[in-house]
Write a protein that binds this ligand. Structure first.
Ligand code: BGC
Length: 412
């Protein structure tokens, strides 16, 4: 085989330009939708420009469950990828297994301690050592609304649960699907994050973080499940199994009125050339204004015998302030560093940055249960099961609340 066929594009560029070239990084990730792929290209191009070769290992599936299953199989086979997109408690779980590379040298040289918020450091560090490089902060308590569909209701964007229901009813009366949704456990759970938070910060904390059995099985949880059932009534008949980006497309093309989804959805609107304020509205899930359920995509580097230079170069590159701006503008997320200017962000991005800072300052910033930042995967999956069974009509609200207590208890 010719040398050219054996090399990646970035490696060829490095060879031709004569730059120092350590080796490739193989990156396992789940960024496969149109908006996600566009953001990924920003990262690939950035690394390529620095002579870091990219070997792509995409595992489709929003929320990353399938990616984590593939990862486990690869590690078990003794073939860990060099770099992996990872969320919250999964990072800590892998760090506890002692298989992640230590990033302290680059973190110290680049001053990460001073610019990464504590809420993120809780997942980027293990036993005082940096083991992950955070590329963004997403949050799950957002609603994406088709502007023309909202205008057609004659109502303003909803600010409370009752207003939300009124807008959804009006959209239904106007003959569109009020709520675009994909029936997959992680998507049901993403809405559940917002519904629970909408019933109060204290309720979110006691149930999704502290796992207090009295709160998990109490009257407010019954009400949360009743709200989930109400939302279920606005979904179309074909929702089962639909990918999240196809639900976004329904809002983009006006077939549906709104989607309740994390801000990666904005990446899809931008890719379709839609503009916030003109074509779509981004609002916090009604009743959660001022509070944020966050998740942060971080890259962990598995310990490898070769290629550590490229790993460290990648860890450093994703934390570069200019890169964090360019990447997050496309991804829909906001920077993981507090010192990145909001100049290049659209109104939704600026709101996301301001909300994150305010929620942090006001003690209203919480890890997302649905996206692995409030409880370990075993408990998260137990909550998923109950939320999904209820969403699909297997349990009524009272049974769901009781089952939630049992499921969480057995998973702990
Ligand atoms: C990740 C996002 C991703 C989304 C949908 C979330 O868990 O944090 O980066 O876009 O899943 O795939």
């Amino acid at each position: 085989m010719k040398l050219k066929q054996l090399m990646t594009g970035a490696a060829m560029t490095a060879l031709i330009s004569g730059s120092a070239f350590a080796s490739d990084v193989e990156v396992l990730h789940w960024w496969t939708s149109g908006g996600e792929a566009a953001a990924l290209n920003v990262l690939k191009d950035d690394l390529g420009g620095q002579g870091i070769g990219w070997v792509d290992m995409p595992v489709a599936g929003g929320g990353g469950e399938a990616a984590m299953t593939t990862l486990r199989a690869r590690v078990t086979a003794g073939d860990a990828p060099t770099a992996v997109q990872m969320l919250g408690f999964d990072i800590i779980d892998w760090a506890s297994e002692g298989v992640l590379g230590n990033l302290n040298d680059v973190a110290t040289a680049e001053g990460w301690d001073a610019v990464v918020p504590g809420a993120l450091q809780a997942f980027s560090k293990h036993e005082g050592n940096w083991i992950a490089s955070p590329v963004n902060v997403h949050s799950t308590n957002w609603v994406w609304i088709n502007k023309a569909a909202l205008d057609a209701t004659g109502m303003a964007a909803p600010g409370s649960w009752d207003e939300l229901v009124a807008v959804l009813d009006a959209m239904k009366a106007n003959g569109i699907t009020p709520l675009a949704h994909g029936g997959q456990a992680w998507q049901d759970a993403t809405i559940f994050d917002a519904v629970v938070l909408g019933m109060g910060d204290a309720f979110y904390k006691s149930t999704m973080i502290d796992l207090d059995p009295a709160a998990l099985g109490g009257a407010d949880m019954v009400e949360a499940f009743n709200r989930m059932a109400k939302l279920r009534s606005y979904v179309d008949d074909n929702f089962s199994g639909r990918d999240w980006n196809l639900a976004s497309a329904m809002v983009i093309n006006g077939e549906a009125g709104m989607q309740m989804m994390g801000d990666w959805a904005k990446g899809e609107f931008l890719r379709a050339d839609q503009k916030p304020g003109t074509d779509f509205e981004c609002i916090r899930f009604p009743g959660t204004q001022g509070a944020v359920t966050f998740n942060s995509d971080q890259f962990v580097m598995f310990e490898v015998s070769e290629g550590r230079d490229a790993q460290l170069a990648m860890a450093k590159a994703v934390m570069d302030p200019a890169f964090q701006s360019a990447f997050n503008v496309v991804k829909g997320s906001v920077p993981a560093r507090t010192d990145v200017p909001n100049t290049d962000f659209d109104d939704c991005g600026r709101k996301g940055m301001a909300d994150l800072a305010d929620a942090g300052n006001n003690d209203r910033l919480f890890g997302s249960m649905a996206h692995g930042h409030s409880v370990p995967a075993s408990v998260k999956n137990a909550i998923y099961d109950v939320v999904t069974a209820h969403f699909n009509g297997e349990y009524d609200a009272e049974t769901a609340a009781a089952e939630l207590v049992n499921a969480v208890e057995s998973a702990m």
